[in-house]
Design a binder for this molecule. Structure first.
Ligand code: CU
Length: 669
């Protein structure tokens, strides 16, 4: 969405709104910096103290409706206090955050937008503010150029271990700079610890929370536009997390994750070692807990009923909407409807009947430590998108939902040779340049926003460093022959899946393709004759670069304010997997993977023009449209009855590769 407006309206916006991108960036930085304290920018502070949101309603596209609603609850003292935890899955918390979002999304100009933000930053709960503000910046056409700071530096408590946060407080108290090592939760006695680097990676956490901000379950089109293929995107992004997690497990000699079952105990407990800024410790869950009904949320029996209604819809090939009409899902759009139903989002055609399997399951699972509210514990890690993937049961839950999606996908007819072919196009050769290898490196980030302070106390540098996965440089080399007597627009789709399970038993093609990790997808022009394509792993269109730190954001903004090239435009969207995370870890012996490339008709598959010139937004879409007309995961999303169909295609190539990890760790100190 952001790039859309960026490309199309940049000139018009510049004329209508003469506040420069650099100034906007400066203001956003200061809105989020020291979120638990006063606004540090004197201009913004003045606005916050003097602005009257209801003074001139001509600045709002809804005539000021949203601002009246929020102001009324404020004057009636109904708003959640500050210095209290916020949870998106708490209906009232969410309602308040959305009231703020509603105000911001209806501002007609930036001045009104930022003035409201400054004013309400001093009033609404900090967690609600951060959420409402982030989602508004992501979706508002006024903020297309704005780069949001990394959430792990804005609200570090949700990303960092309690032990490190405590150390940060001590450093602040004694005014001594500190740099603290973060380690992953648990010990080697817990086999799940071997893959903690995945679920606890702050980049993965950021990816997950950002995706849910780009495609919120509560989104309604009245806010501004329709979110294209939202339900299908929900399926795909979580499917990718699921298959990635299994590849990490295999790298570490663990079996693929088991699906969650409402009738069976949750084998693995979890101790999050994470503390709310306000509200105490995140609750822990011991091993082998049997599911219990959660007071005021759901009974396990109801979850099972919803589950069977959804499976019924898949078996019938249609869902029933609120009026009792049948909506056909036996086609390529079925997955989109099913995604809306399972999440569920406001797009679900019948929440009354199909419930909200995913959202309710997150709460039910998150509350198993205190299902009846006896101990007054705050929400669990599964009740925040920032923290959810830390708990291995997140992946069990998503494997369970992924298998429901698979039931549907497997009910569709397999692709035919006719559909898959690209006449005249032959892949002659496929190989990788450079060893596919991963390593760990220490990554440092700022904790200055974790501690309380005032303007009177000088900041001392406080940071933490944490090991994270990265990969060595590599490239895919693809030689393609175009036998047509003209240039052809093509899409190159690259996937890889683990070759065998933890016992060495090889996966069939049909098992493997469902576990395929999407590595890249890009449009290119194939000229007549021979084409040598070298695609750098760092350029993958399904990944994003690291979000710049607060510190570099401040520096880049200053550059931009001085009219210098800042490089900010590279980071306008953080929706996507961090590029350094594109390969699963692998191991000493080399994790055996099947690598496949398929070249399909770029003209026929493109939903918008010019994709061969710019593919940077494939992970979230552009102009409110997902750029690829094909289903997510095409052509591996459908059941494959006979793999020879693929192997005989000229436009398909299948090789075996290994991903290594030689135990290298680049230390900070
Ligand atoms: Cu999610």
């Amino acid at each position: 969405m952001k790039v859309l407006v960026l490309l199309a309206l940049v000139a018009a916006a510049a004329a209508a709104d003469d506040i420069s991108a650099a100034q906007k960036q400066h203001e956003v930085n200061y809105m989020l910096h020291k979120i638990y304290g006063n606004i540090r920018d004197p201009e913004l502070k003045k606005i916050a103290d003097t602005f009257d949101p209801e003074a001139d309603l001509s600045h709002y596209s809804d005539g000021g409706n949203a601002v009246h609603v929020l102001m009324k609850d404020y004057k009636d003292q109904k708003l959640l206090e500050q210095k209290h935890f916020f949870s998106l899955f708490n209906a009232r918390h969410r309602e308040e955050a959305l009231m703020l979002f509603d105000v911001l999304i209806h501002c007609k100009d930036w001045k009104t937008f930022i003035s409201n933000a400054a004013y309400f930053r001093q009033i609404v709960n900090e967690g609600e503010f951060v959420y409402g503000f982030y989602v508004a910046i992501i979706h508002s056409p006024l903020a297309t150029t704005v780069v949001l700071p990394p959430l792990y530096e804005v609200t570090p408590h949700l990303f960092t271990n309690s032990e490190v946060i405590e150390a940060a407080y001590r450093a602040q108290q004694i005014q001594t700079p500190g740099k603290f090592r973060s380690s992953f939760t648990g010990t080697k006695k817990n086999p799940e610890q071997r893959v903690a680097y995945f679920g606890e990676d702050i980049g993965l956490n950021t990816h997950h929370v950002t995706w849910h901000m780009e495609f919120p379950f509560w989104w309604e089109d009245k806010y501004s536009h329709k979110l294209d293929r939202k339900g299908e995107n929900f399926f795909w992004v979580h499917h990718q997390l699921t298959v990635r997690f299994d590849a990490e497990r295999l790298s570490n000699h663990l079996d693929p994750v088991e699906e969650l079952d409402w009738n069976k105990p949750i084998n693995h407990g979890f101790a999050p070692h994470t503390t709310y800024k306000y509200g105490g410790q995140f609750p822990s869950r011991p091993d082998n807990v049997h599911f219990e009904d959660v007071d005021d949320v759901a009974r396990i029996r109801d979850m099972i009923i919803i589950d069977s209604r959804i499976r019924d819809a898949i078996a019938h090939g249609y869902v029933i909407d609120e009026e009792g009409k049948h909506i056909d899902i036996q086609n390529e759009h079925g997955i989109d409807i099913l995604g809306d139903v399972i999440e569920s989002s406001m797009y679900s055609p019948n929440v009354q009947y199909y419930g909200a399997l995913h959202n309710t399951a997150h709460i039910v699972l998150g509350r198993q430590a205190d299902p009846h509210g006896k101990y007054d514990l705050p929400p669990g890690v599964l009740e925040h998108f920032e923290t959810a993937t830390r708990d291995p049961s997140f992946f069990r839950l998503h494997k369970y939902m992924d298998n429901i999606f698979k039931e549907h996908k497997d009910s569709l007819p397999p692709y035919t040779k006719d559909e898959l072919e690209f006449p005249g196009i032959v892949i002659d050769n496929l190989c990788t340049e450079g060893e596919l290898a991963t390593y760990f490196e220490d990554f440092e980030y700022d904790l200055i926003n974790a501690v309380d302070d005032t303007e009177k106390i000088k900041d001392v540098p406080i940071s933490t460093y944490v090991p994270r996965l990265n990969h060595k440089d590599f490239a895919f080399k693809i030689d393609i022959e175009n036998h047509n007597h003209e240039d052809k627009m093509a899409v190159i789709r690259i996937f890889a899946w683990p070759h065998a399970d933890a016992n060495g038993i090889e996966f069939t093609f049909d098992e493997g393709r469902w576990n395929a990790i999407e590595l890249d997808k890009f449009w290119t022009v194939l000229k007549e004759g021979t084409n040598h394509i070298v695609r750098d792993g760092r350029d993958s269109a399904v990944t994003v670069p690291d979000v710049p730190s607060f510190h570099s954001l401040f520096q880049m903004t200053e550059k931009a304010q001085n009219g210098l090239r800042s490089g900010l435009e590279e980071f306008v969207s953080a929706t996507g997997l961090p590029n350094r995370f594109i390969l699963p870890k692998g191991n000493h012996e080399g994790l055996r993977m099947d690598l496949v490339v398929i070249v399909t008709d770029g003209e026929a598959d493109a939903a918008i023009d010019g994709l061969h010139e710019n593919n940077d937004f494939i992970h979230y879409g552009i102009k409110g449209v997902y750029p690829d007309k094909r289903s997510h995961g095409y052509p591996l999303d459908r059941h494959v009855e006979d793999e020879r169909l693929f192997e005989e295609l000229g436009n398909f190539k299948h090789i075996h590769v290994k991903i290594y990890n030689h135990g290298e760790h680049i230390h900070k100190e």
